[in-house]
Design a binder for this molecule. Structure first.
Ligand code: IPE
Ligand code: IPE
Ligand code: MG
Length: 261
């Protein structure tokens, strides 16, 4: 059971382990990715039923372009198939599709399919599904910095006006809440260039489960774990306050040799 008051508003997932799943089953890597697509379907459905507002899935990183050309080609094919097959389900479940990343680098056919599904689901409001494609967080931050620099160059902005909210406004996630819970499957304990800025205070959950095996129960376990945590955002809360012992005013501390260096 999940506590609906504490259900994460935004869940982000690094869907990892398709290749290892395929190897473990004696299959080519692409069949691991295909099994991964089935896991996407399960998790999207479960999240929308649980009242999660935003689900961001890391589907293809900027660095993934450097994989063997046939794997990249197959992944793009699979993405097209997924977009065609899932559209009726997205419409039925009122799920809006979004995409983040350097989308102009995707093959034209993927851009077309993506654009069509994004357009026909734009007004749906039960949940937003964000696909991170050709996505790299460092690249996203660089792009945002470049746009701010252009505004400064044009005289539309002064450097001292650049703050966190202005930078965040130039990220592809500007209209989305930050992720509350970031799940990574397959046991790897790294972010691999995913939502570095946005995940500053996300709760991290790493499971050894390979992505194609990730089930609704695994999702519920991750959410239950999240619900047990105390998010402090750098603050002190009742459970961490402890006793307060007044210390001497630093101004009254005796000077010694160490203070001179
Ligand atoms: C994640 O699975 C999917 C993508 C990166 C596209 P991997 O393909 O990285 O699977 P492993 O890590 O090799 O098992
Ligand atoms: C991260 O997985 C990218 C996606 C899940 C799309 P990778 O398998 O590419 O990341 P590394 O190489 O293990 O860091
Ligand atoms: Mg991997």
């Amino acid at each position: 059971m999940t506590d609906s008051n504490r259900t994460p508003q935004h869940i982000a997932v690094i869907m990892d382990g398709n290749g290892r799943w395929a190897t473990a089953h004696g299959l080519p890597r692409i069949l691991g990715h295909r099994a991964g697509a089935a896991a996407v379907r399960r998790v999207v459905e479960a999240c929308s039923e649980l009242g999660v507002q935003v689900l961001t899935l890391y589907a293809f990183s900027w660095e993934n372009w450097d994989r063997p050309a046939d794997e990249v080609h197959d992944l793009m094919q699979l993405l097209n198939e997924f977009l065609v097959a899932e559209t009726p389900r997205l419409l039925e479940n009122r799920i809006r599709l979004r995409a983040i990343g350097r989308l102009h680098e995707l093959p034209p056919s993927v851009q077309e399919h993506l654009g069509r599904v994004i357009e026909c689901t734009a007004s749906l409001d039960r949940m937003t599904l964000v696909l991170a494609l050709s996505y790299g967080s460092r690249q996203e931050i660089v792009d945002a910095a470049r746009r701010l620099a252009e505004q400064v160059q044009q005289g539309a902005l002064r450097p001292e006006q650049i703050d966190e909210s202005r930078l965040a406004a130039h990220l592809s996630t500007s209209d989305l809440p930050d992720p509350d819970l970031l799940i990574r499957t397959s046991g790897e304990q790294r972010l691999s260039n995913f939502l570095l800025w946005q995940s500053s205070y996300a709760e991290l959950y790493v499971t050894p489960r390979l992505w194609p095996d990730f089930s609704r129960e695994d999702l519920l376990d991750a959410i239950a774990d999240y619900e047990r945590r105390e998010r402090r955002f750098g603050q002190v809360t009742d459970s961490t306050r402890g006793l307060h012992i007044p210390l001497s005013d630093p101004a009254t501390l005796p000077h010694n040799g160490a203070s001179r260096c």
